[in-house]
Design a protein around this ligand. Structure first.
Ligand code: AMP
Length: 450
């Protein structure tokens, strides 16, 4: 049975409409330009993967794995596929690691730097800035243990936020959560602190205590927040190597002028992080939208896939949140180029000729538009006017037969008959012509005004 709701986008998803195209495109092009400038290659992985890719990488006790994964299976029963159930990717790093191994990237010159862009899916409770399908721009540097690489990743994000005009609104929260050498000692200290306070914790944290005490620092419940304040701090437990690593990361960020705050409770929701963790946080985040991006070092992740230990660091932007911030801060976004030319066709023969003409004009790099469903000259010219195009090319029956066209300057309401073969050169000249030059030409040559 169909109801009105069947025709709505699913909860937590939204359409991206043409009026927002300039914003989305500007984000993508900026990221593409910066990422390739920093030597990152573009990777695309499937939207869904085998469940193990995520359960192994993210950790069984994480919120994403326990509560937020969407399952994909074939709708019909006769599925003979061995893996009949998949997971819609909730984040990008796990899939990229799977692709790194599957495509033999271990033998490429290291580090391998990859970036990706696309939708992610989490069965989160939707609210402003939190969607079930959200866009994600992720960056990974695989095969490099150097602490300056962590700083480079953060700096890349910092640069992109600067390019997009929102860097002043953002600060980098940063922490080190140690490694396999020092983290167990910290976990033990956390357990010792929280055990006697167990009754005061929220229900979720009570279950987290045994499985993954670090996650207690992530909790936003009021009572847990209070207890967090006096909990042991991870920096006091870092081993010599982790401390040295963190020192160099921070020194490099200082030199690069990145604004950061040491945040000892930042452990992030995923199990795969080691040492550096960071988030790009909105500074005056009254609506508590959370971070516009985040990441960290994940030296142990590839081992989870059964590969040899490979150091890596990465981060991702939540694109929807960055764009919301850009809109809030009224960051300037270049408008999309308006169409240059409207092709007006009058009659069947002209319509067919005009399609060829459009192909030819777009080959030359012009932005062309047409409304083949409209037949009257007046209606088409009105549309051309509303669309803000500078020139209309009018083809009627006669023009279609003798290979000519009427070139109409929409701003000046002037027109001339030209050979179709001259049209491209003429349009190039006219569209490139600066204002003063055009005024001079008109003064010298006159213009056949209709
Ligand atoms: P995470 O993998 O959780 O660190 O996510 C990376 C970034 O994606 C975050 O910093 C957010 O900006 C964004 N993000 C995460 N979950 C959502 C969501 N449900 N809706 C919108 N953006 C999200």
């Amino acid at each position: 049975m169909s109801s009105k709701n069947d025709w709505r986008a699913p909860r937590g998803t939204h359409d991206i409409l043409p009026q927002d195209e300039s914003l989305w495109r500007y984000f993508y092009e900026t990221v593409e330009w910066r990422a390739s400038g920093f030597g990152f290659g573009r990777i695309e992985t499937p939207l869904f993967e085998a469940p193990e890719v995520f359960t192994r990488a993210l950790g069984e006790t994480t919120d994403i794995v326990q509560k937020e994964m969407f399952e994909v299976r074939r709708a019909t029963a006769e599925d003979s596929d061995e893996t009949s159930s998949y997971i819609l990717r909730p984040e990008g790093t796990a899939g990229v690691m799977r692709a790194y191994l599957e495509n033999g990237m271990q033998v490429w010159p290291q580090p391998v730097k990859l970036w990706q862009y696309g939708p992610m899916f989490r069965a989160d409770r939707p609210q402003k800035g939190r969607y079930r399908q959200f866009w994600y721009a992720g960056f990974e540097v695989i095969g490099d243990a150097d602490p300056t690489t962590d700083a480079m990743a953060i700096f890349l994000g910092w640069q992109i936020l600067g390019d997009l005009g929102v860097r002043d609104a953002v600060v980098v929260d940063i922490n080190s959560i140690g490694d396999a050498v020092c983290r167990p000692k910290y976990k033990k200290a956390l357990l010792e602190y929280y055990e006697p306070l167990k009754d005061k914790l929220c229900a979720t944290c009570q279950t987290r205590l045994d499985k993954n005490p670090l996650r207690l620092l992530d909790c936003k419940e009021e009572d847990c927040e209070k207890l967090k304040k006096h909990a042991p701090q991870v920096v006091d437990f870092l081993c010599q190597n982790c401390r040295e690593h963190f020192r160099i990361v921070l020194e490099t960020l200082d030199e690069l002028g990145v604004r950061y705050e040491l945040t000892s409770t930042l452990i992030r929701g995923l199990d795969y992080y080691t040492r550096t963790t960071f988030e790009f946080r909105i500074e005056d985040d009254e609506r508590r939208q959370g971070s516009v991006g985040g990441g960290g070092r994940y030296d142990g992740l590839l081992e989870q896939f059964g590969a040899k230990s490979t150091p890596a660091v990465g981060f991702a932007f939540g694109v929807d949140r960055v764009l919301e911030l850009m809109q809030e801060k009224r960051a300037p976004v270049p408008p999309l180029p308006a169409p240059d030319i409207f092709v007006v066709q009058l009659g069947d023969r002209a319509k067919r000729a005009s399609f060829n003409l459009i192909a030819q004009l777009t080959d030359e790099g012009f932005n062309v538009t047409i409304q083949p469903g409209k037949d009257s000259l007046k209606a088409q010219l009105r549309l051309a006017d509303r669309g803000g195009v500078r020139f209309a090319v009018i083809i009627g029956q006669r023009e279609a037969l003798d290979g000519t066209a009427i070139l109409r300057n929409m701003n000046e309401n002037t027109q001339e008959t030209v050979d179709q073969s001259d049209l491209v050169d003429l349009l190039k000249k006219r569209l490139a012509e600066p204002f003063e030059q055009r005024e001079r030409r008109i003064a010298e040559e006159g213009e056949d005004v209709n």
